[in-house]
Design a protein around this ligand. Structure first.
Ligand code: PMV
Length: 321
């Protein structure tokens, strides 16, 4: 049986930055994201008793065993869970522009979990798909749904999954993904989130998590762009402050990252409302409204010549093609 799923990636506005359980990828905090229309992964999962080996083809290229390990281990885990054993072929295409600087693991594992379940005829709810996607990559938990999505941290495999907050938000919100550097990150998110926990600011940040989630949900309900932007920027800064104050301090920022942070602050002072958020890499994502989009893009291009900017807005949840 062969099935294809499409999942969009997402950007966390309230960040997930810590695992409670490594194998289950249950988080220490709840997070909240925006699913993005511009970036997605299409994955075909095929299993057949006549296949003699497991194969992973990414962007038309057969991957080495080494590069397939994470994906194979994930599928073997799911197969064990559902009591199936046959060999499989995975064909995945990432429509995440290399310039975007967004992680593709969120869309990749959401599409993989969904195509796997469909190809075995498993009739799973979105909640169950979200739990399966989590076992591949934490951020994939949220890519099952469109619009604004909350990943409720829960306390075990059963209780840690995403829920839709508003799948079709009636909010004027654009995201500008500013490429600073597409080179592979030096510190993986798994390592980064572990190091961050040695910061004296980590526990106080965790203690604020439920309040921050409640506040952003209220802001979403009120269609309050300003409050959503302020809370998103705060969450990103809390995460990066923990990195900078870890026992072995580290940062994902590059000089260009700081330039864009300063630009966003400057634009805001001049009445052009925008906010930034940054993940486990140097790229900056700017949140803005349609009215200011053009001005912000040209200001970014003036600050960093030849920089690539990808524009995104709300994207849908996972679908079978
Ligand atoms: O799920 P991972 O391992 O790709 O970690 C994601 C971490 C952040 O992108 C920084 C935050 C988030 O909530 O997506």
């Amino acid at each position: 049986m062969k099935k294809t799923a499409r999942a969009h990636t997402n950007i966390a506005l309230i960040k997930y930055w810590g695992k409670a359980n490594f194998a289950l990828k249950t988080p220490l905090m709840s997070s909240l994201s925006m699913t993005l229309d511009a970036f997605y992964t299409d994955t075909t999962f095929e299993h057949d008793s006549s296949l003699t080996e497991d194969t992973f083809i990414l962007n038309e290229q057969k991957q080495s065993l080494e590069d397939s390990k994470r994906v194979f281990n994930y599928i073997h885990l799911l197969q064990e869970k559902f009591g199936v054993t046959d060999h499989f072929t995975i064909r995945s295409t990432n429509h995440v522009p290399t310039s975007a600087g967004l992680a593709s693991s969120a869309s990749a594992f959401a599409a993989l979990a969904t195509s796997f379940a469909a190809s075995y005829g498993l009739d799973l709810s979105k909640k169950e798909l979200s739990r399966l996607a989590r076992l591949g990559s934490g951020s994939a938990t949220r890519s099952i749904y469109g619009g604004f999505v909350e990943w409720k941290k829960g306390f075990d495999d059963e209780s840690s999954y995403a829920v839709p907050i508003d799948e079709n938000p009636d909010l004027d919100l654009s995201l500008l993904a500013v490429e600073i550097n597409t080179k592979q990150k030096k510190i993986s998110s798994t390592n980064g989130m572990q190091l961050a926990q040695t910061s004296p600011f980590y526990q106080p940040w965790l203690a604020r998590n439920e309040q921050e989630i409640a506040e952003i949900k209220q802001a979403i309900q009120n269609n309050d762009f300003t409050k959503i932007g302020e809370l998103s920027e705060l969450s990103a800064n809390e995460m990066h402050a923990c990195n900078l104050t870890a026992k072995e301090p580290f940062t994902y920022f590059e000089p260009e990252t700081i330039k864009i942070i300063k630009l966003v602050e400057e634009l805001r002072k001049n009445g052009i409302e925008c906010y930034y958020t940054i993940d486990a890499g140097p790229n900056v994502k700017i949140l803005c409204t349609l009215r200011n989009r053009k001005d912000i893009i040209s200001a970014v291009q003036k600050t960093l010549t030849n920089v690539k900017i990808v524009v995104a807005s709300f994207g849908p949840g996972v679908t079978l093609l």
